[in-house]
Ligand binder design. Structure first.
Ligand code: MN
Ligand code: MN
Length: 475
């Protein structure tokens, strides 16, 4: 390369394919991490299951329940590892840092809820020889994608006396699965008149669950009756128990390697368990005692606007931080809490859309993230004129560049589609309210919110590596 060419190269910037940059050592670790991630993802099909799997991983790594400290008043000291649960759905995991909490935390926050079909409170009916369950979709789905794919049902029944019955049907190869039927092309003349958005009405997303009638001669709806008999025998529940149940219909498949070169993972629920898992693992792998208190947030309800008591818009995080302050400081003080919040740095760990070669017109190629070009930093999200975005500052972007460069994290910049094509948001803006520095940082996906999404393995590993470097940074 001539001097002139060298100069030119150093002046220009273009994100490269990470596989051309990654070291052999990292490549090996990348494989290991992705195997562990696929195992987690295959078990964590709902927010409750993600929570429970996460707690299991944390406890194995020496984390204990902060509720115990809260109850007995036992203070926390630098290096201590604890977690704090919210209703068995949202979870906060903490490694106490050397500096007082007032100096701020380093937070990586993702979400563990994913688009799905929720079973209604009075779901069962039968029609023309078939029993079905009525559902209400959760999150932004393209409804037509959910027809004719194998489905599983996960969730809980809670009896009035508090007894909880967990169910999971459709994951074991011996289990039955469920499905939503579609009309055959031969008879689809009416369906074809609709556009893709209206062809499948939400109310018609009903899951086929049975077709054998009960032997009970008195029963009015014999097939439905037979199902109730099966459910009662297996789970000791009645039709009334659906009133206090949370049952989620999700794709029945396990995560699979994708591509001849196995460089991708095809799976349900990457959004946002891919960032949640890598954040959790990055925290577990924090070496020694970090300078700043490191926090992972795995929250619920992001897909429907972070609402409700387990969503990021609730006071859960603020209350949990107050508890943490009370357990780490000599004396609890409101001003210290406000300072802890506003001095914090956060990576809002959520997915972004990858440049899709089949839909190039939705993206602007220079600024769209590309598969396996590294973990994706998204300075701003939002729609139209950046509406709803929390637009990170150039100063904070510069800190992230510094941390990632120092730790050989392969990363790229991304945006959510070309201008005026649509848009979206994450939990970033909810955290920015406290005055903390926040930027979106996560893994790019193909087919986001589809029953099967695609993520790049190198991107997944670099998310882990980036989050870990962020926790260890001394500013
Ligand atoms: Mn998400
Ligand atoms: Mn989403």
């Amino acid at each position: 390369m001539s001097k002139k060419e060298e100069k030119k190269k150093s002046l220009s910037y273009e994100a490269k394919n990470g596989y051309e940059l990654i070291s052999d050592k990292d490549l090996k670790k990348c494989d290991e991490l992705n195997k562990a991630y696929m195992d987690f993802l295959g078990k964590a099909k709902t927010e409750r299951e993600s929570h429970d799997e996460a707690v299991e991983l944390l406890e194995k790594a020496g984390f204990t329940d902060m509720e115990i400290n809260k109850r007995n008043g036992k203070k926390l000291k630098p290096g201590d590892r604890v977690y704090y649960s919210c209703e068995g759905k949202t979870l906060m995991a903490i490694v106490v840092g050397k500096k007082p909490l007032e100096a701020g935390m380093h937070i990586v926050g993702g979400h563990t809820d994913a688009p799905r079909l929720d079973v209604k409170q009075n779901p069962l009916y039968e029609s023309t020889g078939v029993a079905l369950m009525d559902t209400h979709y959760y999150g932004g789905i393209k409804k037509y994608q959910w027809l004719t794919v194998p489905l599983a049902i996960h969730g809980v029944f809670v009896k009035p006396d508090g007894k909880k019955i967990s169910i999971s049907v459709g994951e074991d190869p011996e289990d039955p699965v469920f499905c939503i039927t579609d009309i055959l092309p031969h008879l689809a003349a009416d369906q074809y008149k609709n556009n893709i958005g209206t062809a499948v009405p939400g109310e018609s997303l009903d899951v086929t669950v049975g077709s054998i009638p009960s032997k009970d001669k008195e029963a009015k709806q014999k097939i439905k009756e037979n199902l109730l008999e099966i459910l009662n025998k297996k789970y000791s529940v009645t039709e009334e128990d659906f009133l206090s149940a949370e049952l989620e219909v999700v794709p029945a498949a396990k995560p699979r390697d994708c591509g001849f070169d196995r460089s991708m993972i095809l799976a349900y629920g990457h959004d946002d368990r891919v960032c949640s898992y890598t954040a959790l693992k990055a925290l577990i792998d924090v070496k020694g005692t970090p300078e700043y208190t490191s926090v992972v947030l795995l929250c619920d309800k992001e897909e429907i606007g972070s609402v409700g008591s387990t969503g990021m818009a609730s006071n859960f995080f603020e209350n949990a931080s107050a508890e943490l302050l009370a357990l780490t400081a000599d004396e609890y003080c409101e001003l210290s809490l406000k300072r802890a919040m506003s001095n914090s740095w956060m990576l809002s760990a959520d997915v972004n859309a990858l440049m899709d070669p089949l839909f190039p017109s939705a993206f602007e190629a220079k600024n769209a993230s590309k598969i396996n070009h590294g973990v994706c930093i998204t300075k701003f999200t939002g729609a139209r004129g950046k509406a709803g975005s929390s637009d990170a500052s150039a100063e904070f972007m510069a800190h992230i560049r510094r941390i990632f460069a120092k730790n050989e994290v392969i990363w790229q910049s991304g945006e959510l589609g070309k201008v005026d094509q649509g848009g979206g948001g994450t939990i970033a803006y909810l955290m920015a309210r406290y005055g903390m520095k926040v930027v979106d940082c996560g893994v790019g996906l193909f087919s986001m919110h589809a029953p099967q999404e695609v993520a790049g393995k190198l991107d997944i590993y670099m998310a882990y590596k980036g989050y870990n470097a962020f926790f260890m940074d001394k500013r």
